[in-house]
Design a protein around this ligand. Structure first.
Ligand code: DOR
Length: 444
């Protein structure tokens, strides 16, 4: 019988057929065989009895801040946090210093991170009024996950505030465009609410439901005109979900584990500015509506929006405190805990974290445990109970909004193209992550 590079024995696989108790073998980075591989040999064998073998988890929204300030997150620490948390690939955001807006900044970033990534990666390029003419070419650069639009100001200075420029961006290029939907004019007009309050509990009032809804409505109207596929990042309101349900031919939907897990006002009382992110954590009514959208099949994927602001930055007085929370390392355990609590099935988890991103973004060879696909696996122990503690965290920010939370369901191994990079919580080997390949640019 054949010799493989990696053999995962006797796990419960989630394949495209459903749940299957089987072995899976990887050769040259790809899944070579699935079945009863009793006599096969392999350089590395993992005994997975009692464990679920899932297709590798893809986190479609992280901010690893490269290029950026040296004491903050970088691609090495961010991707190390990713694999420690069971994530095998990420899409990194362009609101860095400098922002990723042209060939030079994109290529500099790619060169800098190429040999320092623990997991596979796609990189967004940011839309700005100055680069509209170039977007069509920029979105086809190797490793590019697509174009990212900020309709409202958040961290950094990337911004497309008006319909005229937004329309130009949507007419430039063909790939799915990812969008942060908050309406800039309304954000500006309402900022005094935050300044007057001086408390993060005012965050969902300043950046209210209407702020999100107006941006999403404007986006969908123009996307339809342009015949352009869009991806609405971190949807937070029931109103947007109702609207988006009528636009599923052109729009895909992402939600974050934070918006599914935390709720106002409790999160602001307990976490202060650490609960501050854009768009904001809202009340339980919206959280319930997001869960219904998960159950109804409306949500396409989960992204952590990992935004690793330092404790000293978060200590500034609101609203001068920055928005965002870390999350790439906690995405898998937090969502598996929800699986154990009966809020979604493990199959739905796989669809949201692997098959969904692969389908929506056309990621080549990812998103399924299937022969010929990349040997990316997130192996999980659904019975493991542990508490999220600061000492387990790898991100340079050193904190998590979920610290102290007891969680059932943990990643026990992370495998990227057949290489075991995390086993029983230990990071192994060298960073050997590679760029993702996308359907629209397979020749690259
Ligand atoms: O809370 C947020 N933080 N939302 C964003 O859109 C950006 C992010 C960041 O980069 O810090």
């Amino acid at each position: 019988m054949a010799t493989f590079d990696l053999l995962i024995r006797d796990g419960t696989l989630l394949t495209t057929s459903g749940e299957e108790r089987a072995d899976v073998a990887v050769l040259d980075g790809r899944i070579a065989m699935i079945g009863s591989l009793g006599r096969a040999g392999a350089a590395t064998t993992i005994e997975a009895r009692g464990l679920y073998v899932l297709p590798g988890v893809i986190d479609t929204q992280v901010h690893f801040r490269e290029p950026g300030l040296t004491h903050k997150e970088d691609f090495e620490s961010g991707t190390r946090a990713a694999i420690k948390g069971g994530v095998t690939a990420v899409f990194d955001m362009p609101n860095t210093k400098p922002a990723i807006v042209d060939e030079a900044t994109f290529e500099d970033k790619f060169r800098a991170i190429r040999t320092r990534s623990w997991c596979d990666f796609g990189l967004y390029v940011g839309a700005s009024p100055a680069n509209v003419e170039r977007l069509e070419a920029l979105e086809l650069m190797p490793a590019c996950a697509g174009v990212k639009i900020f309709m409202g100001s958040s961290t950094g200075d990337l911004l497309i505030p008006d319909d005229e420029t937004l329309k130009k961006v949507l007419f430039a290029g063909r790939r799915r465009v990812a969008v942060h939907c908050e309406d800039e004019p309304r954000l500006k007009a309402r900022r005094p609410i935050a300044e007057k309050a001086g408390q993060p509990s005012a965050h969902p009032e300043w950046r209210d439901e209407q702020t999100a809804f107006e941006a999403t409505s404007r986006l969908l109207a123009l996307a339809r005109l342009a015949g352009r596929r869009v991806h609405v990042l971190h949807v937070t309101t029931g109103q947007e979900m109702d609207l988006l349900a009528g636009h599923r031919d052109i729009a895909t939907i992402e939600v974050t584990p934070q918006h599914l897990t935390l709720a106002a006002p409790e999160c602001y009382e307990r976490l202060g500015t650490r609960a501050q992110m854009n768009p904001p954590i809202r009340g339980l009514i919206h959280q319930e509506r997001l869960w219904r959208a998960v159950a109804d099949g409306l949500v396409d994927m989960i992204g952590s929006d990992h935004a690793p602001h330092l404790p000293e930055e978060k200590a500034r007085r609101y609203p001068d405190s920055p928005s965002g929370m870390p999350g790439v390392q906690t995405l898998v355990p937090i969502m598996l805990d929800h699986v154990n609590a009966g809020r979604l099935s493990l199959r739905r988890f796989v669809d949201l974290t692997s098959a969904g991103p692969a389908r929506a973004f056309g990621i080549a060879r990812k998103g399924a445990v299937a022969v010929g696909y990349d040997g990316d696996f997130t192996i999980v122990d659904m019975a493991a109970k542990r508490t999220i503690v600061a000492s387990w965290l790898v991100s340079k920010c050193g904190w998590s909004p979920f610290e102290g939370r007891a969680v059932t369901g943990w990643p026990v191994a992370t495998i990227v193209r057949g290489r075991v990079v995390m086993l029983q919580g230990e990071v192994i080997g060298e960073p050997a992550g590679s760029r993702l390949r996308f359907a629209e640019a397979l020749n690259l």
